[in-house]
Design a protein around this ligand. Structure first.
Ligand SMILES: NC(=O)c1ccc[n+]([C@@H]2O[C@H](COP(=O)([O-])OP(=O)(O)OC[C@H]3O[C@@H](n4cnc5c(N)ncnc54)[C@H](O)[C@@H]3O)[C@@H](O)[C@H]2O)c1
Length: 255
């Protein structure tokens, strides 16, 4: 039996990077996966790839064009998920990310602050708002939020992103208490630098890459490292793990 047999998962931003690697691993472990993604090109291709990963285990994948920062879009994506798969057990609030426009509060553009809050934080709020009642009706499950090492340590020059990811860590704890009676656990993963294509591009433009690598005790992470933690949090193995912000960060927060 596979680790996610019989589970239905909704992964936001599942078209690229960590979300795509997670969709592939979930399908490989037998889950039916919805890739809720704003960009149809990467969404369709990630769904095809995840379906191939699920070939031997009964896993499946389906792309639904979704903007996590738009309430109507999220509501309709959750409704389509239920129409297609009948239930929902796992919500992975993964869509998000920082940009080079971020900076210290005195320098960062106001637009960048709201971009981060809208995508990372409001997107997490909206998808949780509409998915959690369905997870509760399905008998319970797991919400996996995406925080970051910036929520746990001072990382200068990313104050917009830090505000969003810190709020997600805090909201993870209150949600864990609120939805425990529905047998829903709520955790967050806090990765540090993880080499998705987007981050590789950011690092190519950064003179700090060597210094960043030195602070990562076991080297920089790949999307698959984060996906493996998501599999654990999605599977029944993590049945009494809730309210945690779990670092997958090559030890960067302890040095
Ligand atoms: N990669 C890292 O170094 C790192 C570190 C810490 C935390 N994280 C977090 O992990 C998550 C994934 O990061 P990644 O590097 O894999 O990102 P990525 O940019 O590679 O992938 C994000 C995906 O989200 C999609 N997306 C963007 N806006 C969307 C919207 N409004 N609605 C739906 N989908 C949308 C994009 O099209 C893309 O496919 C993010 O929340 C990020 O903040 C990443």
């Amino acid at each position: 039996m596979s680790r996610l047999d019989g589970k239905v998962a909704f992964i936001t931003g599942g078209g690229g990077g960590i979300g795509r690697a997670t969709a592939e691993r979930f399908a490989e472990e037998g889950a039916k996966v919805v890739i809720a993604e704003i960009n149809p090109d990467v969404g369709v291709s990630a769904a095809e790839s995840a379906r191939a990963f699920g070939g031997n285990s009964g896993g499946d994948a389906h792309f639904i064009k979704t903007d996590v920062s738009d309430a109507d879009s999220v509501q309709s994506a959750i409704a389509e998920t239920v129409d297609r798969f009948g239930r929902l057990h796992i919500l992975h609030n993964n869509a998000g990310g920082s940009t080079l426009q971020d900076g210290p509060v005195t320098k960062a553009p106001v637009e960048e602050f709201w971009r981060c809050i809208n995508l990372d934080l409001f997107g997490t709020f909206l998808c949780s708002k509409y998915a959690i009642p369905v997870i509760a009706k399905s008998g319970g499950g797991s919400v996996i939020n995406m925080s970051s090492n910036v929520a746990l340590m001072a990382l200068p020059g990313r104050d917009c992103y830090t505000a969003a990811k810190g709020a997600i860590a805090a909201m993870t704890r209150s949600m864990a208490v609120e939805y425990a009676p529905d047998k829903i656990r709520v955790n967050a993963i806090a990765p540090s630098v993880t080499l998705s294509d987007r981050v590789k591009k950011l690092l190519d433009a950064s003179p700090e890459i060597e210094a960043i690598s030195e602070t990562h005790l076991l080297g920089l992470g790949e999307p698959i490292h984060i996906a493996e933690m998501a599999v654990y949090l999605a599977a029944d193995e993590s049945l009494i793990t809730t309210g945690q912000v779990i670092s997958v960060d090559s030890g960067v927060t302890i040095v």
